[in-house]
Structure formats: structure tokens, C-alpha cells
Design a protein around this ligand. Structure first.
Ligand SMILES: [Zn+2]
Length: 459
């Protein structure tokens, strides 16, 4: 059947391409398997990603000691990208570049090798830096994956993916366009620390548009992840009673960022997973709008997981939208009870949000797979595709197919600064008639962009 092409309103396009080239641990079932995979790597510095300690036989985070037999520097990023493990040789490598000093909004433990949030900067500084040519290659790879999945427009957060100047990222996009390697329309979610963001505005990059690549809203991370226990909660984690998670910024730092964006006619889309982070974000957005007497209906909270109905009501009143990832249920279904206790009954309220505020779907790829049909499956069934033994999580928050498609197309237009979605797809079955489980194997036959075929399934 024929349907509108998808729009993904928050992912990391360059990160998608990069992830194709490093060690993929997302299917790892034990520490032994991770060690085995790492040993096979031929790279000078072993970089892995995608492990989830809850899926490991040992049910614990890997530690530096586990990798003492590996004779190269090694760093493994957890599935969320907010937490990583470094081995001793990697820690030595970091120390060559800089002193590892305490940092606000992040933590590290040199014994276990665990780095979180802002402290990940130490790791990034020590990793080999990509060249512009590498970045162009990542873009080309991601473009292909997106078209194959029927996605023709995205909002992408790339400036913070690598330790390179933001101008190099822009140049890489322009080069990819010139070489005909980018069909997908990209709206950049501008994720920069305050000093760099000031420079970005001073040099007049805000709202710039180049062919199918344009500057979009300011992107800020207000907290971490639930899996890594770094999402900022108002009450402690139910499985870690001394831990409230991490707020990445003080209230005034966040205020400065949002205000500068607003002065430069930019919207703000802000990562907040915990309710404490959501409070901070909602209050800051309201404060800036009031002070400057502006309306910013494209402002949104990205993720919006632990948000209760009172907070959603406040978002509605002040026209703050949400960019959510139903596919997160796929992994989180096994931890919501442990992490949140009773709070799980007022979390991941995506259907309530859909009915009250502007809500769009995204995948946060490479955090989760970019496949829209898996995302739609989770939004409708509220079940995990990979862990079917778990009961549906708050099934009353499930979408109909029609609603899910709307959240994935029309509702996302505002987040990619586009007027209409004229791109469309041929898919291999009627998704309105299909059983829910069948959604997981839907495949795109053809993707049309501006009336032209840009992807066609072979065979
Ligand atoms: Zn993200």
C-alpha cells in the first residue's frame, strides 16, 4: 500500500553512520561475549556501543577489570550513550591528554572505569577524531539507512556527537550535498555548550538554510537516562534510594541558553527524561517566554518519560510540545518497575500527551533502531518486541494506527520546519489490516522524494 513517508523528529544522523563502523554490542547476552567481540577488533582503540547491562547474563555493569586481558585502550558506551566504561589503558590515554578533575553534571570512577554525562567529555577528547571525509561518509551511510526505512525528513543532533568544531559538521553536510550523497532533508538541532552557542549566534548561523540542510532549534540535554540512573527525579530511584539522578545544568545556565536562543529567533527542544528535569525545563521555557513576551509553539521536551498529568497540563497551557520515542518501551519495559516503583503508573503517558499537546514520534537513533514500524508497534501495543514475555505497559496509553501515523508525519512537520509531507512510500502490506506482530516485518518497497524514486528494494 501507499503511505506518507516518515519524519523522524529527533535522531543523530552522523552518529548513525558512525555506529555502522564501530563494535555493535546491542545483541550481547553476556560479559564473556562482549570481551570476545572486543578481542576480535582490529582497531587501535576499541570503541563499542549499545550494550545494556539488563540484557547481560551477569545483570551488572561491566567494569575496567573485566577487560584487563585486552591490550588496547577500550571504551564501551551503554545503549543510552549517557554512560560508558573505559579500561585501564583507556584511562591512561585520557590522563596523557588532560587531568581527570571532578566535573559538574557528570561523574567518573577511575577504579571501575565508569564515566557518566559531562564526564564523558574526557573520553571523547582522547578518542581518535574523525576527519571531514569521515563525517561525509557517515552522512552517506545514514542517508541510505533512512531511505530504506522510508524516512525522508529528520531533525538531527550532530554538533555534539564528535569532538570537532561545529563548522566542520556544517561543511561535511555541504560536501555531502554537493556530492549527491544526501537526499534526506535535515534540520539541525543545535546542541552546543554556551560559549560555542554564543559563537554560533555571533557568526549568524542561526536559521541558515542550505539546500536540504537547515539550522533548526537549540537542543539542550537537561538530564541523563533512566537505564543509567542519571535521569533527574524529584524522589530517589526506587532501586537506589540515595540517588536523584543528574541535572546537567543549573537553572540559570539553562535560562541563559534558552534566552540566547529566543533572542536569535530559535526555538528550544530540550532532552528531559526525569520529572525533576522536566520541571526545570518547563519553568525555564515559561520564564523566558513571559519575560520576552514571545510565543514559541515549536518548543518541545524530547523524551518526556517520567512526566505526570499535572506537568502535561502545564505544558498544554504554555504550548510546550513533546518529541517521544515509543520504541524506548522496548528496552525500558524491564526496568520501569525497579527504577520508578509506583511512579511507573504516571510515566510514558504518550497517548495522554497526544491528546493534549503537540506530540511527534522519533527514535533517537542510534540509541534505538530507526525502523518506524517497530516504533509504531511499541506505540500501539505498549509491548516490547524483543521481550514479549513482559505484559503491555499501561496499555490504555496505546495509539491506533491512524494516530501513530499522524504522530510520525503531520505532527512532526513543525519540528523539521516543513509545510507538508509530499514524499511517500510503497510498503509490502496493508498495515491497517495487519496483525500487530506483523508490523515488525513490514518492509519498504519504494521511497519517493519529490516524486522521484530514491530507494527501491532489490529482489
Ligand atoms: Zn538523542
Amino acid at each position: 500500500m501507499k503511505i506518507k513517508a516518515f519524519i523522524d523528529s529527533h535522531l543523530h544522523l552522523m552518529g548513525m553512520g558512525y555506529y555502522e563502523e564501530i563494535l555493535n554490542l546491542s545483541n550481547a547476552k553476556s560479559l564473556a561475549e562482549i570481551i570476545e567481540l572486543a578481542k576480535k577488533s582490529e582497531n587501535e582503540v576499541i570503541i563499542g556501543r549499545g550494550f545494556n547491562q539488563d540484557n547481560l547474563l551477569e545483570k551488572r555493569m561491566p567494569e575496567a577489570q573485566d577487560f584487563q586481558d585486552i591490550e588496547k585502550p577500550l571504551v564501551l558506551f551503554r545503549i543510552c550513550g549517557h554512560v560508558a566504561i573505559a579500561n585501564q589503558l583507556m584511562i591512561d590515554l585520557i590522563k596523557e591528554k588532560s587531568d581527570i578533575l571532578p566535573i559538574s553534571g557528570g561523574s567518573f570512577n577511575l577504579k571501575t572505569g565508569l564515566f557518566t554525562e559531562n564526564a564523558l567529555a574526557y573520553l571523547y577528547q582522547a578518542l581518535p577524531k574523525p576527519t571531514k571525509k569521515d563525517l561525509v561518509r557517515y552522512i552517506a551511510k545514514a542517508n541510505k539507512i533512512l531511505l530504506k526505512n522510508g524516512i525522508t525528513k529528520v531533525a538531527s543532533d550532530d554538533f555534539s556527537s564528535f569532538d570537532v568544531p561545529f563548522e566542520m559538521v556544517i561543511e561535511a553536510y555541504l560536501e555531502a550535498i554537493e556530492q549527491g550523497l544526501l537526499d534526506v532533508e535535515v534540520t539541525e538541532q543545535v546542541n552546543l555548550p554556551i560559549k560555542k552557542f554564543e559563537e554560533f549566534c555571533r557568526k549568524d548561523y542561526s536559521n541558515k538554510k542550505y539546500h536540504n540542510f537547515q539550522m533548526g532549534p537549540l537542543k539542550v540535554l537537561a538530564d541523563g537516562s533512566l537505564g543509567g540512573r542519571t535521569a533527574a527525579l524529584n524522589e530517589p530511584y526506587s532501586d537506589d534510594l540515595h540517588n536523584l539522578g543528574i541535572l546537567t545544568y543549573t537553572g540559570s545556565e539553562l535560562y541563559d541558553l534558552v534566552k540566547l536562543a529566543t533572542i536569535n529567533n530559535m526555538d528550544s527542544v530540550i532532552h528531559a527524561i526525569g520529572d525533576r528535569a522536566a520541571d526545570q525545563v518547563i519553568d525555564t521555557l515559561i520564564k523566558v517566554q513571559k519575560e520576552m513576551n514571545v510565543k514559541s509553539p515549536n518548543n518541545a521536551i524530547i523524551h518526556a518519560q517520567v512526566l505526570n498529568k499535572i506537568q502535561i497540563e502545564k505544558m498544554k497551557k504554555h504550548q510546550i510540545g513533546a518529541i517521544v520515542q515509543p520504541v524506548f518501551i522496548n528496552s525500558d519495559i524491564q526496568i520501569v518497575k525497579d527504577r520508578l516503583g509506583e511512579r511507573r503508573y504516571e510515566s510514558y503517558l504518550f497517548k495522554t500527551m497526544y491528546e493534549n499537546i503537540s506530540l511527534g514520534f522519533s527514535t533517537d537513533c542510534p540509541v534505538e533502531a530507526v525502523n518506524p514500524f517497530k516504533n509504531i508497534y511499541c506505540s500501539i501495543t505498549r509491548k516490547s518486541a524483543d521481550k514479549p514475555e513482559f505484559d503491555a505497559y499501561l496499555p490504555e496509553e496505546g495509539f491506533t494506527m491512524k494516530e501513530a501515523l499522524k504522530a510520525y508525519t503531520d505532527n512532526n512537520l513543525r519540528y523539521v520546519y516543513s509545510e507538508s509531507q509530499d514524499d511517500y512510500l510503497e510498503i509490502d502490506r496493508d498495515i491497517f489490516a495487519a496483525e500487530n506482530e506483523e508490523l515488525l516485518s513490514v518492509s519498504v518497497l519504494k521511497t519517493y522524494k519529490n516524486g522521484k524514486i530514491v530507494y527501491e528494494r532489490k529482489n
